[in-house]
Design a protein around this ligand. Structure first.
Ligand SMILES: Cc1cc2nc3c(=O)[nH]c(=O)nc-3n(C[C@H](O)[C@H](O)[C@H](O)COP(=O)(O)O)c2cc1C
Length: 222
């Protein structure tokens, strides 16, 4: 495709103080995000999910290949099918595949083979990564930095959902091949992540985790 440029349509040009205020406000908002595993069945409108997916799909991607596809599942029968398949994989994982070290790392989270949230939450969003693209004639073209691009899009999706007042669970049953099968996705896609989203139950509990400090997570050269 030929080079085609347009003027930058938006640039906020905030004052230093406004920038700092906005950085604080965003950090306060996002610090309240926690992974929840107790979901109520309270409905969430499709329009909210659509807006959050559009936000995620605005993520940067290698050579602008946009190598992702989001499948939003509100259908109860499909959610039940996903739960059954995920619990089968999780049983294998907890009983055979996971190393002792991995199981020990999971202990504080209290996770196990039971995944009722896959049926209880109003929406599951299965994110697929496209290993290569296909043009209108079915010819393959290369995608670049697919895992990085899809990871960023997932982060933006989780952020958008949290910003809308919803809670999420990043779920990665391993392996996730069953999602491609159940959701009838094409050969060039592989399941990347399953994001469970909705409202928490009134008595939802979360593990008491601590986040690392700024000095632990960053290094500055000024
Ligand atoms: C790539 C990835 C995979 C994850 N997979 C699972 C999972 O399969 N099941 C689960 O209960 N939580 C899963 N989590 C959630 C993490 O356990 C959780 O983010 C972490 O404990 C920190 O808690 P917080 O999200 O509340 O800050 C996953 C998170 C990430 C980023």
């Amino acid at each position: 495709m030929k080079k085609q440029f347009i003027p930058l349509p938006f640039y906020a040009n905030y004052s230093d103080q406004t920038m700092l205020d906005k950085a604080h406000a965003f950090n306060n908002m996002i610090q309240k995000r926690r992974t929840v595993r107790d979901f109520s069945s309270k409905p969430v409108s499709k329009q909210v999910i659509e807006q959050c997916i559009l936000a995620a799909a605005s993520a940067p991607s290698g050579a602008h290949m946009q190598p992702w596809h989001f499948v939003a599942i509100g259908n109860q029968d499909i959610k039940s099918e996903i739960r059954i398949a995920a619990e089968t994989e999780e049983k294998e994982f907890y009983q055979h595949r996971a190393s002792k070290e991995w199981l020990k790392a999971l202990e504080p989270l209290g996770t196990d083979t039971s995944k009722p949230f896959l049926e209880e939450a109003p929406w599951l969003i299965a994110v697929f990564a496209q290993r290569y693209g296909l043009d209108a004639e079915g010819n393959r073209f290369k995608h670049y930095y697919t895992p990085e691009s899809v990871g960023i899009a997932c982060g933006m999706l989780i952020t958008a959902l949290h910003n809308s007042g919803l809670t999420t669970l990043t779920h990665t049953p391993s392996p996730m091949g069953f999602l491609k099968q159940i959701l009838k996705r094409p050969d060039n896609e592989r399941a990347y992540m399953l994001i469970v989203c909705g409202h928490p139950t009134n008595d939802a509990q979360i593990p008491n985790l601590k986040r690392n400090s700024l000095s632990q997570v960053s290094t500055f050269f000024e």
